[in-house]
Design a binder for this molecule. Sequence first.
Ligand SMILES: [Ca+2]
Ligand SMILES: [Ca+2]
Ligand SMILES: [Ca+2]
Length: 215
Amino acid sequence: MQRLAVGKQSFFPQVKRELPELIDKAFILNRFHRVKKKSDDRDNCPTTFNPVGIVFNSNRDRDREIYLMNTDGTNQVNLTNNPTFDIDPWFSPDGSKIAFTSHPDDNRGEIYVMNADGSNQTRLTNHPAFDFQPSFSPNGSRIAFYSERDGNFEIYVMNADGTSQTRLTSNTASEFSPSFSPDGNKIRFVSDRDGDNDIYEIDLMLNKTAVRTIL
Ligand SMILES: [Ca+2]
Ligand SMILES: [Ca+2]
Ligand SMILES: [Ca+2]
């Protein structure tokens, strides 16, 4: 395992996944968009910023739903509007689709994808274990996520249609929060394999070797 030097990195796993306490109470929304909101609502995870808009989840309608709003904070629309827990929205690079995590029937987390207007919600995973936090590759052809299906949290990747679900890590520690590099050749994620959370990366071009990075 090679340790990388500290330095400017071109990509990181999503800030929302590293600093959840900071994004609670719509931190990012208020910081960048000054959206007025009721203080008892919990708007979280404004993830991928896309010309189409910003997606986030909120419990303002009682259970968690995926919302889309314009980049100026206007026109906030509930895209999921169902009684289950919907979180982790992530735009496809072209803005046409949104991947997210929902909790149907078994309440164990499944990866879904829908059109950016909320139509055609399609389940991509179907396993009683937890599946979380989808993120598209830069060309939109693949989705990384993490799952507990093999006994503990590991990083997986699949085609954007849900086929070829492949485990990338094999470690008794928890691996989570994957995201692709801009060139699509690496996936960075968080692992507590050293006893605390650090950022690691998998080079998809070099035998999927995990490399530790330091922020
Ligand atoms: Ca819901
Ligand atoms: Ca599942
Ligand atoms: Ca693991």
